[in-house]
Design a protein around this ligand. Structure first.
Ligand code: PEP
Length: 251
């Protein structure tokens, strides 16, 4: 049985007050969920401590949205993986398309972040995905292969045993345009087959999330696809009722 997960990516949203209202609603709305399938929220750094304390004794896991590739040192403004571990983070997102595109993170840097996260005992949620231009030019598979290969070259294929892959077509993120279940399944299958060629058992057990305009209304049909094991949820993770419904759709 593959592990299922719905993880919210709050991006740069929230305030102490808003977070508290949202988390109260989530804790009330998701109490009956067991730890598998899991539900997690990936929050901005300054809120790690308060969210950690609000999630104590709940089944909702904590994650961050970014991490430094460096262990420690003179890296002003950066946050290390061991710091995230101090706040009991389980997950950290690496290689989100917004980081790749807006902050110039190369696949090599993403791979280094992935390694740093695992070294500290965090589970990286590795985002991969193509732009619309790449999809239209028929290079989707090559783009995803390159993004995965950077990690596999640096960390080895077996490292994926302690990681989660999120397929997030860039054209579907925050645009309201969701990949159809078939489009998403096709790429999830491609990813799993690619890993299977190197380690069949690992590929069969690997959790692959879909991300890109998942909503309460389309989550169930996406999650019903055989290679989709949950979702990475942006906008809808900020609306309690929607996120609760999406978490329930993975059961
Ligand atoms: C994301 O930020 O990872 C994401 C999938 O965003 P949205 O759900 O808003 O498209």
């Amino acid at each position: 049985m593959r592990k299922k997960l719905v993880a919210g990516n709050w991006k740069m949203h929230g305030s102490l007050q808003e977070n508290s209202t949202l988390l109260n609603a989530l804790v009330k709305g998701i109490p009956e969920l067991e730890s598998d399938p899991s539900c997690a929220v990936c929050v901005p750094y300054p809120y790690l401590a308060s969210v950690q304390s609000e999630l104590q004794n709940t089944n909702i896991k904590l994650g961050a949205q970014n991490v430094s590739q460096h262990e420690k040192g003179a890296y002003t403004g950066e946050v290390s993986a061991s710091m995230l571990k101090d706040f009991n983070c389980t997950y950290v997102i690496v290689g989100h398309s917004e980081r790749r595109m807006l902050f110039g993170e190369s696949s090599q840097v993403v791979a280094e972040k992935y390694v740093a996260a695992q070294k500290a005992g965090l589970v990286p949620i590795l985002c991969v995905g193509e732009t619309l231009e790449q999809r239209d030019s028929d290079v989707t598979e090559r783009v995803i292969n390159d993004q995965l290969s950077a990690v596999i070259t640096l960390a080895g294929v077996n490292s994926l045993e302690n990681a989660i892959v999120a397929y997030e077509p860039v054209w579907a993120i925050g645009t309201g345009k969701t990949a159809t279940p078939q489009q998403a399944q096709e790429i999830h299958h491609f990813i799993r087959q690619g890993i299977a060629a190197q380690n069949e058992k690992l590929a069969a057990g690997m959790t692959i999330l879909y991300g890109g305009s998942v909503k309460a209304s389309n989550a169930a049909e996406l999650f019903a696809m055989s290679d989709i094991d949950g979702g990475l949820i942006g906008g809808a993770s900020l609306i309690a009722d929607d996120f609760i419904a999406i978490c329930k759709a993975i059961r």
